[in-house]
Design a protein around this ligand. Structure first.
Ligand code: SF4
Ligand code: SF4
Length: 450
């Protein structure tokens, strides 16, 4: 532990909250591979941007890692077969929002060895920026911290912009989640291979790895594996939610402010989650596609919580059965963490690229979250919590009156990135972030229709 950490002087941003971490359930559990389910469901839209287009037909045999859908445009990625088997259907499947979306259904062959036969080595060091952008798109990698934004799009820097610093996000600030932690402890070399690719793509002069100070073993592992002579710093920063949000991390590590409505590239920075980099580092040198990821399966109603490597497309129900899920105790199943995650409408939906965790809360936990709502007492706690320095109390009042234009134009609603800190601290239990989500989607719909 550094002197700065000991005296609570690690770098940070202003405001934010300190929810209980609940990470001890899984933080020391090494990553283990789960078996394959008999049937996988691969949604064609599991990333930001245009859905992928199938390039296989019903009844076709596919081998593990073979491309099965092509990108639907530049802001889109291909899909690869997560296992060897037969495409049985191309049809609508239940999605995480409760609707139906097009998906490929893959039936596995019993007893299949599931060897990866696809891929060929490529010389990353000889690649130009456009070649890296194309190669990363072919891997199908998207932001694995939850955003699912296609990574190659981030690497294609527009004319007139320069990225001087790459930030590596090892914060994992949501309670319960420990996949990034375990990846840094167990596979730091894959993260550094990914760093090498993105640093080369940008020709960035500097790389800063930011890790919250509640993961000292990850800080040590990343420092130990750091390649000699590279301009890479590994920083231990304050454990505070939402430290892992892009704008907060840029402020904490570089003391730069992304302008309202702006992007990290506007201040010369690009932020990548460690899991995304580890996948680029593993897949790109062999020209392979993204077919699996590490997720944390945890919560009071899971008998065997841990960090598991699962094939994309595996149904949640199958994973929970493998982890001794106590269905009779469980009350709610969330994909992601308790602050920003979404409650699943069905256990038959599959794990997709952006899913970081399955969190199963029991009835006692849910009762704590479902408290009665009271009127605002103007205590100001939400203003003190908001990392974007917004006025959640006023925004909440405007949301009730459906004054969406005022929320956006006079109170910068669109700068809200839905971290949930305001709802977390509100003594009146006002579901502020839920109201902001609804308001933002209505504003977007209106804009699209005009
Ligand atoms: S949800 Fe939005 S308004 Fe609330 S604290 Fe987070 S950024 Fe601020
Ligand atoms: S925290 Fe809740 S009660 Fe306090 S000012 Fe904000 S909205 Fe009102």
């Amino acid at each position: 532990m550094s002197i700065l950490t000991r005296f609570g002087l690690d770098k940070t941003f202003s405001h934010g909250v300190h929810p209980p971490e609940y990470k001890s359930l899984t933080e020391h559990r090494p990553i283990r591979r789960l078996p394959f389910a008999d049937e996988m469901i691969i949604p064609l839209s599991q990333h930001t941007g245009a859905p992928a287009r199938p390039i296989v037909r019903e009844g076709q045999e596919v081998v593990r890692s073979e491309p099965i859908a092509e990108p639907g445009g530049f802001v889109s990625v291909p899909m690869h077969a997560p296992a060897t088997g037969r495409i049985t259907r191309i049809a609508l499947a239940r999605d995480v929002r409760g609707g139906m979306s097009p998906a490929l259904f893959l039936q596995l062959y019993p007893g299949e060895g599931q060897e990866i036969l696809y891929g060929a080595p490529v010389d990353v060091d000889g690649m130009s920026n456009p070649e890296i952008v194309k190669a990363v798109q072919r891997t199908g990698v998207v932001g694995l911290g939850g955003a699912a934004f296609p990574t190659h799009v981030k690497l294609a820097v527009p004319e007139g912009k320069t990225i001087d610093t790459v930030i590596v996000n090892g914060c994992e600030c949501e309670p319960y989640l420990t996949t990034d932690h375990r990846l840094m402890v167990e596979h730091p070399e894959d993260v550094y291979e990914g760093i090498r690719v993105v640093q080369r793509a940008y020709q960035a002069a500097r790389v800063v790895v930011g890790i919250e100070n509640n993961k000292p073993d990850a800080v040590d592992a990343m420092r130990l594996a750091k390649p000699d002579g590279e301009p890479i710093e590994v920083e231990s920063i304050e454990t505070k939610y939402p430290q892992g949000a892009e704008k907060m991390l840029i402020k904490s590590l570089l003391d730069r402010e992304v302008p309202s409505g702006g992007l990290p590239m506007d201040v010369g920075a690009a932020v990548f989650n460690v899991a995304t980099l580890a996948q680029i580092g593993e897949l790109l040198p062999m020209q392979r596609g993204l077919i699996e990821r590490v997720i944390t399966v945890t919560g009071p109603a899971v008998g065997n919580p841990g960090n598991y490597l699962v094939a994309l497309g595996t149904p949640i129900r199958f994973i929970l059965e493998q982890c001794r899920y106590r269905g009779e105790d469980a009350s709610v199943v969330i994909l992601g963490g308790p602050m920003m995650g979404v409650t699943v409408p069905s256990l038959d939906i599959p794990i997709t690229k952006g899913v970081t965790s399955i969190l199963v809360l029991d009835k006692a936990e849910v009762q704590k979250r479902n408290r009665a709502e009271y009127p605002c007492i103007r205590c100001g706690s939400c203003l003190d919590a908001c990392p974007m320095h917004l006025n959640p109390s006023r925004l909440g009042q405007l949301a009730r009156k459906r004054e969406f234009d005022t929320m956006a134009n006079a109170f910068n609603l669109m700068d809200c990135f839905e971290c949930g800190s305001c709802s977390y601290v509100c003594p009146s239990n006002i579901p502020l972030v839920q109201r902001f989500r609804v308001a933002k989607s209505i504003i977007r719909e209106r804009k699209a229709a005009s």
